[in-house]
Each structure stands twice: as structure tokens, then as C-alpha cells.
Ligand binder design. Structure first.
Ligand code: AMP
Length: 207
């Protein structure tokens, strides 16, 4: 199994790149934002509670997203791997992901972070907001709050994976196809390392 965490602030291009990666590597895409929006669309109690926080650009509680990821892993036991998009967003979530994956006898192969500055993120998200229908993409104050929440609560998750030698950063500004090729090259390196030394779980691939 090959599991990748695609990381970066809102608007960095994680969703766009995930769509291309699932097609190329036959992975299951797990976006906690998408899972939460599905709950909102279904009008569940969880969705109603999450919506208030999401509309304000704040994180929903760890146990909510960890529970959703746990269920998704349990219902996709035949998957050849997962792309985690928008998860983990806190160190507690990262620790839970390790525990959940261990139950399925697998690990995170690598985290790939897409780096984009705040002004570009605001521009991209306001543009996306014209068609996405997402309230959190339509208001500059909320967008900037999401970026601040990323910087203060989420960015530290990179250190968690850096400590495991699994962290790689890429410039998220450029042609979608060029960035896709760069991500693919990293994944291919990890897959090759995993094939050579499965027990070492691909820790030592260089960016
Ligand atoms: P996204 O689609 O990843 O931009 O997520 C949209 C919103 O969903 C975020 O601003 C949070 O309110 C919520 N959300 C998504 N994933 C998580 C997560 N892993 N932890 C906490 N909140 C999340």
C-alpha cells in the first residue's frame, strides 16, 4: 500500500493535483473537506455542526475528522493506497492517522507540501469562490482566517513528518502539469525505495 499526504494551505492546489494523482497511481482520494461537505449536503447532525465552523474558516474538532478517516479506511480495505488531502491538519490528527494505518499494517510513505504565498492563495480562492458555491471561498476575511489557521495550527504537522524523514516541499506556483510531474517524481522515488526495502518503509528518499 502506498499512502501519500498532500499538504499545503487552502488554495495550494491539493484537490487539483489529487485528481491527477488518483488517475495515475490508482489511489483512493480522502479529502476531509469533501467528506464534511457531503455530510452538510446530506443534512446530518455532524454536517450541521461542522458547517458553522467551516463557514467561519475554523477547524472542526479532531475527533470528528479522525472518525471519518477511520470509517473511510475501514470501508476501502482493497485500496492500493490513499491520498490524504486536507488531513492531517493537527499533530493529534497525524498521530491518529499513524495509529489507524498501523491497524491496516501500513504507514504514510511521504508528505508532499505545496507552498504558495498568502496573496496568491487569496486570489485563487476568491476566483474559485465564483463557481465553487463554497461560502468559505467567497469572503476575503474568511479566506485570510483559513490561511492564518493553517499557519498557526496546521503548518506544524510538517515537522511531524520531517522528524520521520518523510517531508518534501514543492513550489505550488507554476503550471499544473509541471507540478504534477514533480509530485510524480517524488512518489516514484518512494515507490522504488519501498520496492527495494519494504521493511524500511521508504524513509530515506531524498527530495
Ligand atoms: P478544505 O476543503 O480542505 O479546504 O476544508 C474546508 C474546511 O473543512 C476547513 O476550513 C475546516 O473547517 C474543515 N476541515 C477539513 N479538513 C479538516 C481537518 N482535517 N481538520 C479540521 N477541520 C477540517
Amino acid at each position: 500500500m502506498h499512502n501519500i499526504v498532500l499538504f499545503g494551505p487552502p488554495g495550494a492546489g491539493k484537490g487539483t493535483q489529487s485528481q491527477k494523482l488518483i488517475a495515475k497511481y490508482n489511489l483512493v482520494h480522502l479529502s476531509t473537506g469533501d467528506l464534511l461537505r457531503a455530510q452538510i449536503a446530506e443534512g446530518t447532525e455532524l454536517g450541521l455542526k461542522a458547517k458553522k465552523l467551516m463557514d467561519e474558516g475554523l477547524l472542526v474538532p479532531d475527533e470528528v475528522v479522525i472518525g471519518m478517516i477511520g470509517s473511510a479506511l475501514a470501508t476501502n480495505t482493497q485500496a492500493s493506497g490513499f491520498i490524504f488531502d486536507g488531513f492531517p491538519r493537527t499533530t493529534a490528527q497525524a498521530e491518529s492517522l499513524d495509529r489507524l494505518l498501523a491497524r491496516h499494517h501500513t504507514t504514510v510513505a511521504c508528505m508532499i507540501a505545496l507552498e504558495v504565498g498568502e496573496e496568491e492563495l487569496v486570489k485563487r480562492l476568491l476566483e474559485r469562490g465564483k463557481t465553487s458555491g463554497r461560502p468559505d471561498d467567497q469572503d476575503e476575511t474568511k479566506i485570510r482566517r483559513r490561511v492564518t489557521v493553517y499557519n498557526t495550527e496546521t503548518a506544524q504537522v510538517a515537522s511531524y513528518y520531517a522528524a520521520q524523514h518523510k517531508f518534501h516541499a514543492l513550489n505550488g506556483i507554476g503550471e499544473i502539469e509541471t507540478i504534477f510531474q514533480q509530485i510524480s517524481a517524488l512518489i516514484d522515488q518512494h515507490k522504488a525505495a519501498q520496492a527495494e526495502a519494504p521493511a524500511a518503509a521508504t524513509n530515506e528518499v531524498k527530495a
